[in-house]
Design a protein around this ligand. Structure first.
Ligand code: ZN
Ligand code: ZN
Ligand code: FE
Length: 751
């Protein structure tokens, strides 16, 4: 034995609620060390005593053998004076609130060990739907405050029975200090209610399965909120759900028992398989093999996820329909319902039954959505399973709150090396979403001990998110929408200096007071310059125009053909009167705005090709236009680019309309328009390169969720010697804005 040494070791990152202390305890025992480990405000703190060489091995193993869910962001150690007569290693009491940041683990899918126990008739948790351990179960959604200990979670109301307590206190047990630990005897339990709010007799799971098979709609409490479930193969049940949910066309997410069941209905690549099975269990967008009626009308992709709570596994094990609709429990555009209080009022017009339980959800967290695009994972919505993990960027942040945008809102809190995006909040014009936005920010400040001293907001004068940020009495950085899109991609890819940024988007407020959204920018973190943009169109009808693509179609045709547009077949189809009303509003400049939005251009073409005249959900018309495009067509339309980088689509529209009016192949026309936009992006990038010498191009904006457009754009850029960058862990849509804002504010704020 070498000389006795003692080391103080601090570990930060995601180390609470992931079985880290029992891991350390067992590791210390294996190495014959004495000392202690505890949770503090920064992460885990330990002191270990033994021979120097053994301590070296111990420290190495802390890093190398850490539990599955742990993410170590730093490990510091220092030598301290040995303690005499210490011969055990123990787990000590947590130290509450130290003024530093601590991380909480995201909620995780049930682990294989727990699943096996749950399905084993000899196990004491046989069929228990709240089974969990230090490797799995709810986390973020049950935490009221940190440190992550049972009294600070929504499990505080459940007293552990002697058996559970023994597991909880036994360092060699898989449930040692598993805060949500529970069993049938002492933990949460299910209750099935009918629409009159009376308890349904019998086993809640078997009864739920019976009702689902009978075509009923059941609201099922999950980890971050309620889902609405029904048999996806029962056309009547699906239609009923659409009617009651006031959701005419927006796709429904589906859930099947396992991968094998999924293969019956979907084309699944190796990469998609990995995403379906990943610990985060996101909804994965997949190509359907067969038409499932009423699920995703007119679209190619379906959202599918696999069971991720013990309860969902049990429903399938007990005979639930092969394919379940599992859509967010809400009406229309409201955020997902997560509170039991008010549940009846909110959902009793939609659901026939409610499968609920008495473990409160503290924080709402929607399902995440991902897809495989160009061979890589593209995050569409980053929420359950990912939140609240930090985005790595190598940046150093002041204590900052970035408010994001008003659509698909995600806020972001940052401090030091950490930037922590919040959950998907939704569209803030909805009062409940706005309430959730403000409450979740407070929660994050509290949990991560970040007290913002700076605020970053979108420069839009009317955004709820921006006005909230401006009202806080802190120094405000106003960030241009597309600058934020590009900066987010730059930071996620570790780029410095200047880049060419391409933002193809729905809408974003431009510094000239018009609506931008088809932009090529020369960007650095602290400034940007517009280098080119899609054609500017005057649009009438205010908010209605985004919902009704024909209004954009009419505006575009008027711009190109003047009043003779009224002679087109299109006008006859839409209604000459309606067209004239739009024309005169534009002539008189009543309720009009100018827009270069790429989203609106896709709306216009979708309308001109009669694909979609009403956006039932954001992006529907462009998505349907993409779905019908002939994917092998390589033709393009002509266009012009002015010396200032302003594009003209006059020629594009003329040729497109001639083809359409003469009964051309609409799949071909759609593809040619996609190809044209991809060519425009290339030309504008070439122009920017000629002026600046820059070769790096960052792509952002929700319109790039169009797979055909993205793949053509990437191919064009690569062929021309550009290096194109996409988001890594954040969505390409407005879900990335707050991170981009935080990055820009960190670089531009005055000290
Ligand atoms: Zn487990
Ligand atoms: Zn128990
Ligand atoms: Fe945007």
């Amino acid at each position: 034995m070498g000389e006795l040494e003692r080391r103080r070791i601090e570990v930060g990152g995601v180390v609470q609620g992931v079985g880290f202390r029992p891991f350390i305890y067992n590791l210390a025992k294996r190495h014959g060390l004495s000392g202690f480990v505890l949770n503090d405000g920064k992460g885990a703190l330990m002191e270990a005593q033994g021979a120097g060489a053994v301590l070296d091995l111990f420290v190495k193993a802390v890093r190398g053998e850490a539990p599955q869910l742990a993410k170590i962001s730093f490990l510091h150690f220092s030598k301290i004076a040995p303690v005499e007569n210490e011969n055990i290693f123990r787990i000590a009491e947590s130290l509450p609130s130290v003024a530093e940041t601590t991380m909480v683990s995201p909620d995780t899918d049930v682990c294989d060990d727990c699943l096996a126990e749950m399905l084993n008739p000899a196990d004491r948790r046989f069929l228990y739907p709240f089974i969990n351990c230090t490797n799995c179960g709810p986390r973020y959604t049950i935490v009221r405050q940190t440190p992550y200990d049972r009294p600070y979670t929504s499990m505080s109301g459940f007293d552990m029975c002697p058996e559970c307590r023994a597991e909880y206190e036994d360092p060699s047990n898989r449930r040692f200090h598993a805060q949500p630990n529970a069993c049938q005897k002492c933990g949460p339990s299910l209750e099935l209610l009918d629409a009159r709010w009376t308890t349904v007799r019998g086993d809640p799971i078997n009864k739920t399965v019976e009702f689902l098979n009978g075509g009923a709609i059941v609201a099922i409490k999950g980890v971050g909120g309620y889902h609405l479930a029904c048999d996806a193969l029962n056309v009547n049940a699906v239609r009923l759900l659409r009617e009651r949910k006031v959701r005419k066309e927006k796709p429904f997410a589906l859930m099947v028992r396992d991968l094998e069941a999924a293969r019956g209905y979907f084309e699944i690549s190796r990469a998609e398989e990995e995403l379906l099975l990943s610990r985060e269990k996101p909804i994965v967008l997949l190509k359907g093999k067969i038409e499932l009626r009423g699920i995703a009308p007119g679209l190619v992709e379906h959202g599918l996820f696999l069971p991720n709570t013990p309860l969902q596994h049990l429903l399938f094990a007990c005979g639930a329909p092969r394919v379940l609709v599992m859509t967010s429990g809400n009406i229309s555009d409201e955020p997902i319902v997560f509170e039991d209080e008010g549940l009846k009022e909110r959902l009793s017009d939609v659901a026939d039954y409610f499968l609920t339980n008495n473990r409160p959800i503290v924080w709402r967290c929607d399902d995440s959505v991902v897809r495989v695009a160009n061979g890589a994972t593209a995050v569409v919505r980053r929420s359950r399973g990912f939140v609240p993990s930090a985005i790595q960027s190598g940046f150093s942040f002041p204590e900052i709150l970035a408010c994001g945008g008003d659509l698909k809102n995600v806020f972001c809190l940052a401090k030091g090396s950490l930037a922590i995006p919040g959950p998907h909040i939704g569209d803030l014009w909805n009062a409940e979403a706005f309430r959730s936005f403000k409450a979740s920010i407070e929660h994050f400040k509290n949990v991560f001990r970040i007290e913002p001293k700076n605020v970053a907001v979108d420069m839009h004068p009317g955004y709820f998110s921006s006005n909230h940020g401006r009202s806080l009495g802190l120094p405000v950085t106003e960030v241009q929408h597309h600058h934020a899109h590009v900066a987010s991609v730059m930071a996620e890819n570790g780029l410095v200096g200047s880049v060419i940024g391409v933002a193809l988007d729905g809408t974003g407020y431009g510094p000239d007071g018009t609506i931008w959204g088809g932009e090529v920018l020369i960007c650095s973190y602290d400034s940007f310059k517009r280098a080119g943009h899609l054609p500017k169109i005057r649009i009438a009808g205010g908010d209605k125009s985004a919902k009704e693509p024909w209004r954009i179609g009419a505006a575009v045709l008027r711009h190109v053909f003047g009043d003779s547009a009224l002679d087109l077949n299109y006008a006859g189809n839409i209604g000459v009167k309606k067209m004239e009303a739009v024309f005169s509003a534009i002539s008189a400049n009543v309720n009009c705005h100018d827009s270069t939005s790429a989203g609106r251009w896709f709306d216009a073409v979708s309308s001109i090709l009669y694909v979609c005249q009403h956006n039932g959900f954001e992006g529907q018309a462009p998505m349907m236009l993409e779905a019908m495009a002939d994917k092998v067509e390589t033709g393009e339309f002509d266009f012009e680019i002015g010396s200032d980088g302003a594009v003209s689509f006059d020629e594009t529209v003329r040729s497109l309309v001639v083809m359409a009016e003469n009964g051309g192949d609409f799949g071909k026309i759609s593809a040619m328009f996609h190809n044209t936009v991809a060519r425009v992006v290339l030309r504008l990038c070439e122009k920017a390169r000629a002026e600046t010498g820059l070769k790096e191009v960052c792509l952002g904006g929700g319109v790039f969720q169009n797979q055909l457009l993205l793949s053509r754009t990437l191919r064009n850029l690569n062929d021309a010697g550009f290096k194109a960058f996409l988001p890594q862990n954040l969505p390409i849509n407005d879900g990335c804005l707050s991170f981009g804002q935080a990055v820009i504010a960190a670089k531009t704020r005055r000290p």
